[in-house]
Design a protein around this ligand. Sequence first.
Ligand code: BGC
Length: 374
Amino acid sequence: MKRFSKLFVLALVLTLVVSMFAACGGGGSDEGEEAAGTVDIGIVLPTKDEPRWVQDETRFQEALASTDYSVEILFSQGSSAKEKENVDALIAKGIKTLIICPQDGAAAAAAVQAAKAEGINVISYDRLITDTDAVDYYVTFDSIAVGAAQGQYLIDNAKGAGEPLYLYAGAASDNNAFLFFEGAWTVLQPKIADGTFVIANSSEAEALKDKATLTRDEMSKIIGQVTTNWDFNEAKNKAESHLTAADDAMKGDVAILAPNDGTARAIADAFAADSAVTSYVVTGQDAEIASVQYIIDGKQSMTVFKDVRTLVKDSIDMAVSLLEGSTPATTGSYNNGAIDVKAKQTEVVVVDQSNVKAAMVDSGYYTAGEFTGL
Ligand code: BGC
């Protein structure tokens, strides 16, 4: 009897340990069962280190609470190798649809090709997976509009002629970085040409300043010089070294194109610390809680609010349509270098001090208690 209960306890402990390991697999949170053939939808997000993607995870969890399909969410922690492992793990669990936001748009091709080979439907989420025909659909915000809104905000708040303009961009491995930059350049270039702005920190942009439309190679040159790699530290270090290199004529009232909120806060902090900078206007995107607070405090000028709830809903609706054998609704397509990928696109909203409370709190997106000084 004693021996029996010891064995029983040992078996119980082993089962618990095994299930704990299974739950930790892939380093992400999960909503579904772990046995093969029981997860319907696999979701892979780039990193937990940026609030943007934690926001997406939360919104997925909220939206999925009411679905009968089982789902598992995994994070790639900034590594394409980890991303491939995550996709392989989900394939092994029998997923039928994969929703994936790639860490690196080109490197993710191998992962989705492996999924496609198993008959899994692939939905590229927010960032486009490039150079492969193994992507069925793309759900995204209007990323060119994001960049255009950032550029337009700098124009609308320019203080006069000859204002120094500091340009920053996202990671070159992210197709969105090109779309954001393209949108911004389209509106800013005429204002560089007419002398409203003077480029302060990019010789490549300076060399191309008379071109209204840039090729991808031309944008690559500029982005290569002013990339933040979506990394706060890299953004801060770059801004500090640009300020060290700039003479006082390139300071005073300045305009800063920052690609997203995380990098905007880092860059804004660097500019705020320079006594020769009288005032700065800095852009952002994502409406992260910390940046909404920066806007309330007057430390970040604007953000572009991308309502993640819509993106999440669109991708789940798409996944469910595919699981049920119907064709998802789309609004257009994006060429990924190999094929035109059918896409569902969502609009964006500009937020600054004038509408921050209405857009971010009164709308129910965040609660007032998350901020001070509203
Ligand atoms: C997303 C942005 C995000 C950035 C950095 C982009 O692809 O569209 O919302 O801030 O990646 O993670």
